[in-house]
Design a protein around this ligand. Structure first.
Ligand code: SAM
Length: 326
């Protein structure tokens, strides 16, 4: 979904699909269903004005703390704008996995509920966990739109997936939108997977997606993407602009952190609110993930490079399907 991690997978978003953004390098572009049309000059205002941030000033997130990105108001408010469209294919895939493994479903790193609400709407009970209270508030705001019957099948819980301890067992655990990559140490990753195994019935499923790292982009000094993204929130109709200010890569720990600027735009395409934030993601190689899943009590059933079942591929997406047990 159209996140700062786009660059890592060739402009694809956190769901591994091309997102609905517009590139400011195009001479003129019209924003669909928008009262305004930006010229290249207007559209690049964000780039011209944006502050340069030195990679040295970026600090990787402390383990156990939620990324600043998910605590900053505009990042949270614009999440669906940048991700909802690209999430559609992922929704079909995760719903098909719920059909295969059955209710109840546990989602970890559920965010604004882009996937969880659709899983509930498809008839499955789901417990959706996230560490960020503001993201969960956005998710709860959708309750009225989905109606009581669907609402009765979904529960949002604020918790850290690393330390999750629910007194319930599930048939399927899902981590869409690269949530797993916000765990920035191997210890956190292993603790989470072991934890998930303990929350699953025997033979319960685990399905998640990560980006597959492009080695060239993992090098120190690799630059952040230069294009700016514009997107409209599907519910409120508000327009947002996102620019990447700087990027810091730590190949030893397999982490990159990106400084991001998000602006809310008025009807004339001018920024009327803006904020700078950042987030960190840890990349994992395919073989590393395979071993980690096995170590944590899972058997790998399949690895795809997208949500329509394409074979594993370098630099694309890692879509894992695993089952608890040997
Ligand atoms: C990229 S969003 C994905 C949201 C949703 N799964 C989707 O597909 O749209 C990542 C989410 O993971 C959450 N997150 C990060 N670390 C977490 C942790 N340790 N425990 C629970 N949630 C976490 C963030 O707050 C954020 O909402």
């Amino acid at each position: 979904m159209a996140c700062p991690a786009d660059w890592f997978s060739g402009g694809r978003g956190i769901f591994g699909q091309r997102a609905s953004f517009f590139c400011a390098s195009h001479p003129t572009f019209r924003l669909p269903r928008s009262p305004f049309c930006l010229s290249a000059e207007q559209a690049t205002i964000g780039i011209v004005r944006r502050k340069r941030v030195s990679p040295q000033s970026i600090h990787h997130r402390t383990s156990g703390d939620v990324d600043r990105y998910y605590r900053t108001p505009l990042s949270v408010q614009s999440y669906d704008a940048f991700n909802a469209l690209a999430a559609r294919t992922a929704v079909h895939f995760f719903v098909s996995q719920a059909k295969k493994f059955g209710s109840p479903v546990l989602e970890l790193g559920a965010g604004t509920g882009l996937i969880s609400w659709e899983v509930a709407a498809a008839g499955f009970e789901i417990v959706a966990v996230d560490l960020s209270a503001p993201m969960l508030e956005q998710a709860e705001e959708k309750r009225a739109a989905y109606g009581r019957e669907t609402g009765n099948r979904i529960e949002f819980i604020q918790a850290d997936m690393v330390e999750l301890a629910l007194d319930r067992r599930f048939n399927l655990a899902i981590l869409p939108g690269r949530s797993f990559q916000h765990l920035t140490t191997p210890q956190e990753q292993r603790a989470t997977l072991t934890n998930i195994a303990e929350h699953l019935h025997p033979s319960g499923g685990l399905v998640m997606n990560l980006f597959d790292p492009d080695f060239l982009l993992c090098l120190p000094g690799a630059r952040p993407p230069s294009e700016e993204h514009l997107a409209q929130d599907p519910a409120s109709g508000r327009w947002f602009r996102r620019n990447f200010l700087a990027r810091k890569t730590d190949p030893l720990r397999q982490i990159f952190t990106e400084a991001v600027r998000i602006d809310a735009l008025d009807a004339h395409g001018h920024a009327n609110e803006g904020e700078e934030t950042e987030w960190s993601l840890r990349w994992s190689h395919q073989q590393e993930m395979h071993y980690l899943l096995e170590l944590s009590g899972f058997t790998v059933e399949a690895l795809y490079s997208d949500f329509i079942g394409s074979p594993p591929a370098y630099g694309q997406e890692q879509v894992w399907i695993a089952r608890r047990g040997k």
